[in-house]
Design a protein around this ligand. Structure first.
Ligand SMILES: Cc1cc2nc3c(=O)[nH]c(=O)nc-3n(C[C@H](O)[C@H](O)[C@H](O)COP(=O)(O)OP(=O)(O)OC[C@H]3O[C@@H](n4cnc5c(N)ncnc54)[C@H](O)[C@@H]3O)c2cc1C
Length: 387
């Protein structure tokens, strides 16, 4: 009997190749980009040329024909090098996947080649100020006007809207205004009249910015609707499972980056007879972080495998658990890394302290750790709901 293969030789080769690209950029590059208020265009361009951005998109539309397993490897390795590309989570993973699975032929031809070669990007907007974690409460509403759609609503914390050519907005149709969410998805071009954005001043130091969006009677053509207005949650989850898997990859990359810096430092820094890494008070938490990272990656690989094999339901539980485990592993690894460096953990020179904020993101977004615990309580364990 063949042993189960976690990663194929191709996957390993992809990891090594992306890691080599990441090494050419690294955290110093990302820090410079953030300081200059720019975007990681050079890294994005190089990753695009090497086919990494579109690795999960179908070959017939310019992609690599792989899956979320491959795309998550790309993001994890770039993150482990200190230069993650957050837009991979939204542009190819959510928007590309939803369009590839549910878009019309025309939408696929219009968007997928650009998303695959990185020349175009798409942001994703579901969160609303008055709904937050309760997406059943979103009120962004689409009404028909002849063949057109008129979209009205508010969104908050939407990443990368300034650089994205369009945003995939989750709304609901007028006749499905209340009750359980029956979402429908619209491609809203960046400069559509009535579509305005306001940058949120975040503590987070990252090149991708977050925005509050207003949609005031935004007129969209009939073909702005992706998929079926009645297909509802199924379509949405086609994008949300990859989002969770990719958020796990993002967290694992950052966790590995922080852990590696701490281990390097702990091997060198000597204040008694032995390097500080010989003290178990420092060594054990680092070892534990390594274990937690490996465990979270296992769950991410499981989720990606289930998703890529077409098991959306099975992937849902695994993707949530992977995101939960990776986010927690990341918060702990970063915390321990900062601590391991003593005073240097808080210096600009070593650049770890700003990761304390960055590492928290995945505990909150795209779905908070409490909402994952709720999901597991209700869906996996059958416990009653408190809300
Ligand atoms: C950096 C960043 C980038 C983001 N990018 C995007 C993006 O590109 N697109 C997008 O659509 N959204 C984005 N978001 C939004 C993100 O998905 C939301 O912040 C997240 O879903 C939580 O919603 P909220 O902030 O309104 O928190 P709330 O829903 O107000 O939750 C606040 C707290 O209450 C807890 N809570 C709420 N309900 C329950 C419950 N029933 N049981 C137990 N605890 C509960 C939560 O766990 C949380 O700790 C981003 C957020 C951040 C921080």
């Amino acid at each position: 009997m063949n042993a189960p293969v976690l990663e194929t030789e191709e996957h390993k080769a992809l990891r090594a190749a992306v890691a080599a690209l990441g090494k050419r950029y690294g955290r110093a590059y990302m820090t410079r980009v953030v300081q200059d208020g720019g975007h990681p265009d050079e890294l994005w361009g190089d990753a695009a040329k090497l086919g990494y951005l579109g690795v999960s998109l179908p070959e017939e539309y310019g992609g690599g024909g792989g899956g979320i397993a491959e795309l998550s490897i790309v993001l994890e390795e770039l993150g482990a090098a200190g230069s993650p590309l957050l837009m991979l989570v939204v542009s190819p993973a959510i928007c590309g996947t939803v369009i590839a699975r549910f878009g019309t032929e025309a939408q696929k031809r219009e968007w997928l080649p650009g998303l695959a070669d990185g020349s175009r990007t798409m942001a994703f907007g579901i969160t609303e100020p008055d709904a937050g974690s309760n997406s059943h409460r979103i009120t962004t509403t689409a009404r028909r006007d002849g063949d057109d759609w008129i979209l009205t609503g508010r969104k908050v914390f939407i990443s990368g809207v300034d650089i994205a050519d369009a945003t995939l907005i989750v709304g609901r149709t007028e006749d499905a205004r209340t009750g359980k969410l029956k979402p429908c998805l619209f491609i809203v071009p960046r400069d559509a009249p009535g579509f305005t954005r306001h940058r949120i001043d975040m503590e987070l130091q990252a090149p991708e910015k977050q925005f509050e969006l207003a949609l005031d009677d935004v007129r969209l053509p009939a073909d702005a609707l992706v998929g079926d207005e009645d297909a509802g949650l199924l379509q949405l989850f086609a994008g949300l499972n990859p989002e969770r898997i990719m958020t796990a990859a993002f967290s694992l990359g950052m966790a590995r980056y922080a852990l590696a810096r701490a281990v390097e430092y702990a091997k060198e820094r000597t204040v008694w007879k032995q390097p500080i890494g010989a003290h178990q008070a420092l060594a054990h938490p680092l070892a534990q972080s390594h274990i937690e990272i490996e465990l979270a990656r296992l769950m991410m690989q499981k989720a990606a495998r289930l998703y890529d094999d077409g098991d959306d339901m099975g992937a849902g539980e695994a993707a949530n658990m992977a995101k939960f485990a990776a986010a927690d592993a990341c918060v702990k690894a970063v915390d321990q890394a900062v601590h391991t460096l003593g005073g240097n953990g808080l210096t600009k020179e070593f650049g770890l302290a700003s990761l304390i904020v960055a590492s928290r993101v995945a505990r909150i977004a795209p779905v908070s750790r409490e909402m994952i615990l709720n999901f597991v309580s209700h869906q996996s364990l059958g416990l009653p709901k408190s809300y």
